[in-house]
Design a protein around this ligand. Structure first.
Ligand code: ATR
Length: 273
């Protein structure tokens, strides 16, 4: 069987082995997918060793996505802009190729699975770290009318606006300090890591209206801290990052195997067990 894995630190809670095993079973592809914990200083060695032993593809997760991007010999266009890679493989000449499927995963989950279109909408994204940078390209490709990047540290949001102005097209792209955001939004995406500490980004409640759809890129069992806040403030619909997790995995699987697996049954399976 061809061998795949996810590499991270820590890695024991990763859902990727389960997701890819379900994809393999559902598509009839003969592959094995495991989890590898790389020591914090040894991503490069771990990756090279995996491919040297015949491994076919790696997913990369926290905290290694930037480093995986750096060590690659070549990057897809979307990975180049994302500054991070969650998907690695080798080409026929043995060069290490980095791709990034996180942004496509988010947008596919919003648009295809949930019927939430970004086109022409007022969109607010909270956070300006690696997770947000990784999804901005695919979000802008949907051509929202407006995209506000709001962050606790304004300078990081401004840096992202500068980096992505050439992809903004007709979208009004701007940076704000998170406490300075005003007005209502059609779609709010939380890309901060605040929920990891059970914290909320300090954004005004006026951003949420009864028509607002909220997407927390984070996934935890039950309702995430941010989504609970949004529901308490009247949001019509809240979505969490499980769909994004499964969709980014499906896109990696497609890159490696040339087949796109069904995702909704896998989401249902993970949600229910
Ligand atoms: P990641 O790769 O998950 O994006 P990161 O680069 O450390 O990780 O970025 C974390 C993001 O969450 C940042 O936007 C951070 O805001 P700062 O840039 O001001 O640090 C945001 N964040 C983390 N904890 C937060 C909190 N308690 N309140 C508001 N924002 C928070």
């Amino acid at each position: 069987n061809d061998l795949y894995a996810v590499v991270g630190n820590p890695i024991s809670h990763s859902k990727s082995p389960r997701i890819h095993s379900l994809f393999a079973a559902n598509t009839g592809e003969a592959l094995e997918y495991t989890a590898i914990q790389a020591p914090l200083e040894e991503l490069d060695e771990t990756v090279r060793d995996f491919f040297a032993k015949g491994g076919k593809g790696l997913n990369v997760t926290v905290p290694f996505k930037e480093q995986a991007w750096k060590m690659a010999d070549q990057r897809s266009e979307r990975a180049a802009k994302a500054g991070a890679s969650n998907t690695l493989y080798q080409d026929d000449e043995g060069r290490l190729i980095a791709d990034n499927t996180d942004g496509v995963g988010l947008v596919t989950d919003l648009t295809k699975n949930n019927g939430v279109n970004l086109s022409g909408k007022r969109v607010l994204i909270l956070g300006a770290g690696g997770a947000v940078r990784g999804v901005l390209g695919p979000i802008l490709a949907e051509q929202p009318a407006e995209l506000v990047i709001a962050n606790r540290t304004l300078a990081r949001a401004e840096a992202l606006v500068e980096l992505f102005t050439d992809e903004a097209g007709d979208t009004a792209l701007s940076a704000k300090g998170v406490t300075d955001v005003a007005g209502a939004f059609d779609i709010i995406i939380n890309g901060t890591s605040a929920s990891l500490q059970g914290d909320l980004p300090p954004v005004s409640t006026e951003v949420v209206t009864p028509d607002t759809v909220v997407y927390d890129m984070m996934y935890t069992p039950g309702v995430t801290t941010f989504n609970q806040w949004a529901l308490d403030n009247g949001a019509v619909q809240v979505l969490d990052g499980l769909g994004m997790l499964v969709e980014q995995a499906a896109e990696s699987f497609r890159i490696w195997r040339g087949i796109r697996p069904e995702t909704v049954p896998v989401m249902d399976e993970l949600r229910n067990n």
